[in-house]
Write a protein that binds this ligand. Structure first.
Ligand SMILES: *[C@@H]1O[C@H](CO)[C@@H](O)[C@H](O)[C@H]1NC(C)=O
Length: 295
């Protein structure tokens, strides 16, 4: 049984009104949601919407139907309840984008993150995001989920992926972990899903080298930082070779793959009656040239 002290500590952690993390570097894209922003603001571009209104979501659905703003989630590390609120991306049976009947997906793209020439896909940048689980909208970890990624401008690859669940073809990996996965589908690092905490991630991407092994043998790299609740981020994966070429855009939300198919985009099994959610906070991309990173 939890002692009275442990219980009140747990409640305090859950209901924290402010994280103590400070953004120290220039922000390229700020995905944090202003506390006063109305849900309907997500249905059109501009007017303070941190994200694009058109993509990537089920036919006929609006973002104000897809997104939730769970008051009970508390503030994550780089947010303050007076200024920001967490956002929850949900998927249901209608989360079919275009004709991609294999997937259930809803993914946000930063306002201003163009598919080519984006400031998000050059230099040395760090993508921050915190996640928290919604007990009322659990995921089914028998499936593979893509939660956060950067996709090349020709849509042929993802340079880096943040995933959870059972990776198709890599079923020996535990399903109940968050995984940072390389362009070629290798797990670079993982940590268990925590049902009761904010989990804070930062993925630093070096886009300055154009290929995998160019520029005098210097590699494009990915480095990962992690912490829980209000603890400062720490490096958990040192800069590791990864092909970052191909420009493109970030996406954040949920893409649930089907089971039992080799054509995941168009076919396979998805249960009906799903209602799943992933809570996000402290989402921003910062400029890490000069070695700057917010911890
Ligand atoms: C999870 O997904 C698998 C595969 O689609 C399905 O067989 C199972 O019924 C699902 N479980 C729950 C609890 O939804």
């Amino acid at each position: 049984m939890l002692s009275r002290l442990a219980l009140s500590a747990a409640l305090a952690a859950t209901l924290a009104a402010a994280g103590t993390g400070e953004v120290k570097c220039p922000i390229i894209f700020d995905g944090r949601v202003p506390a006063a922003l109305e849900p309907s603001a997500f249905d059109s571009d501009g007017n303070g919407n941190p994200y694009g209104a058109e993509y990537v979501k089920g036919r006929g659905l609006t973002w104000s139907q897809i997104l939730r703003f769970p008051a009970g989630a508390g503030a994550s590390r780089f947010e303050n309840a007076a200024a920001h609120k967490p956002l929850e991306v949900t998927i249901g049976d209608g989360s079919v984008f275009q004709d991609q009947r294999g997937f259930r997906r809803a993914g946000l793209q930063f306002a201003g993150d163009a598919n080519t020439g984006s400031p998000g896909a050059r230099g040395l940048v760090t993508l921050h995001f915190s996640v928290r689980q919604d007990a009322a909208r659990p995921l089914n970890l028998s499936h593979e989920y893509l939660d956060v990624w950067h996709e090349t401008s020709d849509y042929a690859a993802d340079q880096v992926m943040f995933q959870v669940g059972t990776l198709i073809g890599q079923e020996r990996l535990p399903s109940d972990t968050f995984k940072v996965v390389s362009r070629d589908g290798r797990q670079l690092w993982s940590t268990p899903v925590d049902a009761g905490a904010w989990q804070n991630f930062a993925i630093q991407m070096d886009y300055r080298k154009k290929g995998f092994l160019t520029n005098g043998g210097k590699h494009s790299t990915v480095q990962v930082y992690y912490s829980k609740d209000d603890a400062p981020l720490e490096v958990v994966l040192q800069a590791t070779s990864n092909n970052m070429a191909g420009e493109g855009q970030y996406q954040l939300g949920m893409l649930k793959k089907p089971t039992g198919t080799s054509d995941v985009v168009n076919s396979g099994y998805q249960e009906s009656g799903i209602d799943e959610g992933q809570i996000y906070g402290s989402v921003f991309l910062e400029d890490s040239s000069n070695g700057c990173v917010s911890l």
